[in-house]
Design a protein around this ligand. Structure first.
Ligand code: NAI
Ligand code: MG
Length: 356
């Protein structure tokens, strides 16, 4: 029996709904396969915890998480707590504290899902976006002076380090190398941002020399949105800064049909710390408690988690089950269906048990 310790942090909004669906599906995989076991421990951190305790997680939160093999995360954000408090109080300290510097975001059009682009079906859009996840525009540098006065100043400083850029480029080139097309697009903005972004480009070229079998090209981030929309087939693996990839991956999710099907993995490639797996979406106040949150992103990120844990067979089985269910038209309203979270979950559980 191979055992894995999984920390679940459902947190806010639809987070608890989709993580409950995800743990149900993990339990059914356990039953179906018979030789793996997930020891799941739940943490009630998030905005409710903040309202009671004044912090999003306990001060020794990272210490508590350290012993786990992986973290399965829902979403943070509440209508009555400022977003910078919820994000910087829970999700970012985990990503940065555990040096999960590679944020991996696969996108493809799942069977049964009608994407918003005409002439774009399954297979025409199959991307993996690699987001630099430890520095750049979200390094938290900057400040405010003369608050509230007319001369008030606010700065938000992007930090790019040679170590940080080199390691994300290596990760992205390696990932591109592992995919059939061996093709990487490096997203930049070095026309307007002439320091950090020019260094980003230079390091991309240096690292490219280590991967002679990978073809690569470079795109300015604004032009990239056009290429993603008008010529999705021309892309495969993509690497971008923390902010650029944050924006581009929401676009990618939308082009694949919904944010509700877009997964992400926050990876510490050196495996010093647990990595964290989550849907891309947030807490979706507008549908919280209605039982219609799409659990597919949360299932797909569980498949990423299984891959990371060295269980590619379980991962593939889970994705086959998900694709069978979407292909059969069992879909939540965000992707044009009428099914509830529970109905999609039950159908995936059935597919896990009935497929070989
Ligand atoms: P959001 O992702 O929560 O929602 C955007 C739209 O997508 C909404 O109309 C929502 O109903 C829909 N949607 C999202 N996930 C869905 C799902 N699984 N099934 C069906 N529909 C889905 O983004 P929004 O509204 O900008 O942010 C809401 C809160 O979430 C804010 O507090 C924000 O800070 C937080 N947030 C947290 C993230 C995280 O925890 N990683 C990521 C993005 C936002
Ligand atoms: Mg985002």
């Amino acid at each position: 029996m191979r055992e894995y310790a999984i920390a679940t942090i459902p947190a806010d909004g639809i987070g608890p709904e989709v993580i409950a669906a995800g743990t149900t599906v993990l339990a059914s995989l356990e039953k179906r396969l018979g030789d793996i076991k997930f020891n799941v421990e739940n943490f009630d951190w998030g905005s409710d915890y903040y309202k009671k305790n004044g912090v999003m997680m306990p001060t020794d939160g990272l210490q508590q998480l350290k012993k786990f093999d992986a973290i399965y995360f829902g979403a943070v954000g509440a209508p009555d707590v400022p977003d910078h408090i919820t994000l910087w109080g829970l999700r970012l300290p985990i990503c940065q504290g555990f040096d999960q510097y590679a944020n991996v975001r696969p996108t493809k059009i799942l069977p049964g899902i009608t994407p918003p682009l005409r002439n774009c079906g399954p297979g025409d859009l199959d991307w993996v976006i690699v987001r630099e996840n430890s520095e750049g525009e979200y390094s938290g540098h900057g400040g405010r002076a003369h608050k509230g006065l007319p001369e008030e100043v606010g700065t938000e400083v992007s930090i790019f380090t040679r170590v940080g850029v080199t390691r994300i480029m290596r990760y992205a080139f390696k990932l591109a190398q592992s995919r059939p097309r061996k093709f990487l697009t490096v997203v930049t903005k070095s026309n307007a941002q002439r320091h950090g972004m020019v260094m980003w480009d230079e390091i991309a070229a240096e690292v490219a020399a280590e991967f002679p079998d990978v073809t690569w090209d470079k795109m300015l981030v604004d032009a990239m949105t056009v290429r993603m929309t008008l010529n999705p087939k021309s892309l495969d693996t993509i690497v971008a800064t923390n902010l650029h990839a944050d924006i581009l991956s929401d676009l990618a999710g939308a082009l694949a049909g919904s944010l509700g099907v877009a997964p992400t993995a926050n990876i510490d490639p050196e495996r010093r710390f647990p990595s964290m797996f989550e849907p891309i979406h947030g807490s979706a106040f507008d549908i919280t408690g209605k039982g219609i949150a799409n659990p597919v992103a949360t299932f797909w990120t569980a498949a990423q988690m299984l891959d990371h844990l060295g269980e590619p067979e379980a991962s593939a089985r889970l994705m086959r089950a998900v694709e069978r269910v979407t292909g059969a038209g069992i879909l939540t309203p965000d992707v044009g269906g009428t099914a509830t979270t529970q109905e999609v979950t039950d159908a995936v559980v059935d597919a896990i048990h009935s497929s070989n």
